[in-house]
Ligand binder design. Structure first.
Ligand SMILES: C[S@@+](CC[C@H](N)C(=O)[O-])C[C@H]1O[C@@H](n2cnc3c(N)ncnc32)[C@H](O)[C@@H]1O
Length: 251
């Protein structure tokens, strides 16, 4: 198991407490309606980086066959448990950079917050691998964590600190503390926390990398997250919440 697979595996047990949830009721997430519009019992969907499997029961209901891929055994164990009794899901332990076993066999590929490979060469390899899984006319939908949303949250926190009367340098320290800047490298979009290294995306990067991997008709929109999942929500909740980036692309 790679170092990152081991860390992701360890993160499985407390997953709900540690990670942002794009499926909360107050999150405007276009993913499920878009999947419903593409679904058919004759089609195969692949959940790439399925984690503990929050999307799998929905995919199993909508599609004839579902393949669930993840490199972290701890995640797959929880996903299998969640999907006990669902007979049309096949679990495949594996790396997103090597999806050769799925080549040309997938109609709809999904990746929710799993395109976070810290090495951009590996990230590009994963996108090319996803492209190669798709049959002609296939679709690729997903969500990626947004680095620009961290800038936005920082702006709101800075203004809050200034409204409270802090001088500029103190207000910056306050914003950096609450937005947890110590875990980020903003120039490169790195987020490092508890051994996990994740890539956070700029919107222009989503279009750029998907296009280079061969995708067309790339559409992007914000998934506004739940303020509940951010500290300081009480003071900032009149503003729109931070977001992740949703994309829909075609082979
Ligand atoms: C933040 S979780 C998201 C899980 C799930 N898609 C969800 O929406 O809850 C990221 C998942 O991607 C998996 N992952 C990250 N990098 C991967 C890689 N290179 N190959 C396979 N799985 C990977 C992790 O193990 C983890 O389960």
């Amino acid at each position: 198991m790679t170092d990152q697979a081991k860390h992701w595996s360890e993160a499985a047990e407390g997953y709900e407490e540690a990670f942002i949830d794009p499926y909360l009721p107050d999150v405007r997430n276009p993913l499920r309606p878009a999947l419903t519009a593409l679904a058919a019992k004759t089609k195969t969907a692949a959940d790439l980086g399925c984690g503990i499997g929050p999307l799998l029961p929905f995919l199993a209901e909508q599609f004839g066959r579902v393949v669930a891929v993840d490199f972290a055994e701890g995640m797959l164990a929880r996903a299998r448990e969640r999907c006990r009794g669902l007979t049309n899901i096949e679990f495949q332990p594996g790396e997103l950079t090597d999806l050769t076993q799925l080549a040309d066999r997938v109609d709809v590929a999904v990746a929710v917050n799993s395109l976070v490979l810290p090495d951009t060469g590996a990230l590009d390899a994963a996108l090319s691998a996803v492209h190669a899984t798709l049959r002609p006319g296939g679709h690729f939908l997903g969500i990626v964590p947004a680095i620009d949303a961290v800038h936005y949250f920082t702006m709101l926190l800075l203004d809050r600190a200034k409204r409270a009367g802090m001088p500029d340098s103190k207000a910056r320290q306050n914003a950096a503390h609450h937005a947890e800047h110590e875990y980020y490298d903003f120039a490169f979009g790195d987020f490092r926390y508890q051994g996990l290294q994740q890539h956070f995306w700029q919107p222009f990067e989503v279009r750029y990398r998907l296009r280079r991997a061969g995708f067309h008709r790339i559409r992007l929109s914000k998934v506004h997250l739940s303020w509940q999942q951010f500290g300081c929500a009480r003071d900032l909740g009149d503003e729109p919440p931070p977001w992740d980036w949703y994309f829909h692309a075609e082979r």
